[in-house]
Design a protein around this ligand. Sequence first.
Ligand code: NAD
Ligand code: MG
Length: 298
Amino acid sequence: MATDQYSLTDPRTRYPSISPPIQQQPEPGIQANMDPVPDLGETSYRGSGRLTGRKALITGGDSGIGGAVAIAFAREGADVAISYLPEEEQDARHIVGLIKEAGRTAVAFPGDLKDKNYCRELVEAAVTGLGGLDIVVSNAGKQVFVEKLEDISDEQFEDTMRTNVFAMFWIIKAAVPHLKPGSTIIATASLEAYHQLPFLLDYATTKGAINNFSKALAQQLAPRGIRVNAVAPGPTWTALQVTQGYPPEKLPEYGKDNPLGRSGQPAELAPAYVFLASGESSFVIGETLNVNGGMPTP
Ligand code: NAD
Ligand code: MG
């Protein structure tokens, strides 16, 4: 058994400072084929009943941060529905297996979030399959680097907007009528909302929008007993980085420029989502929890 998240560990060395070899896959990428394979907490995350009996929908729950959140939620006692693209069936099976191993119900519903009808069907599938819904994690995202504005195709710009912003809106809009007081919504922003890499122009634009959406919606829904917050990850080793999300030649140095000197692993993001999903954060509303290895943010 690896060290769990409650042990006294040196954050510099809890996970190795990796120098990933240059590698590329077509979008959305299969995490199982990455070198090294990201750590989602499979052997380390220890649950302690913090989400007992809760029912969660996580978009992009097949891999990376969403996959780590799915494992953590299940081990904390929640039933979990995940969305993913049909090409990601292999990664999704891995997560579904771990949710079931934790003794919880798993719902897997593949499809394309750029399609608003799928987004609505996804919420219905989660509600039906889990017997209700009280946690929504909007996590799926598209990130493709392009150096120059003139080279960002209209199609890419629109796809990034639809995946990162429109799908979040469609899903949360469809979910809210099902959410009782005590329910929680967590959006996934990014360090890019504050520190914009020039080659992630369209992506950074969406992450600023996600941050603002969550803060405005938080004020709307708090009077109805529903809390909205966001997590803003910094450089985390996931499939996004090997599917044109980051310049391939820079991969060996990926994430080494923060105060901790290393990129994060998805397992290190999951506890932030657990905190915001559970009742222990009852007075935390409209917050963006930065999990980024020490990069200063507003
Ligand atoms: P990931 O590739 O493992 O997860 C992203 C998931 O998004 C994919 O698994 C896929 O299922 C889903 N997705 C993408 N396009 C889709 C579509 N059209 N339809 C349905 N699903 C689609 O990568 P990740 O890094 O874990 O990404 C999760 C979130 O974290 C994203 O919102 C990303 O922007 C955010 N984030 C990541 C980092 C990082 O460094 N990895 C940093 C900041 C923010
Ligand atoms: Mg994936």
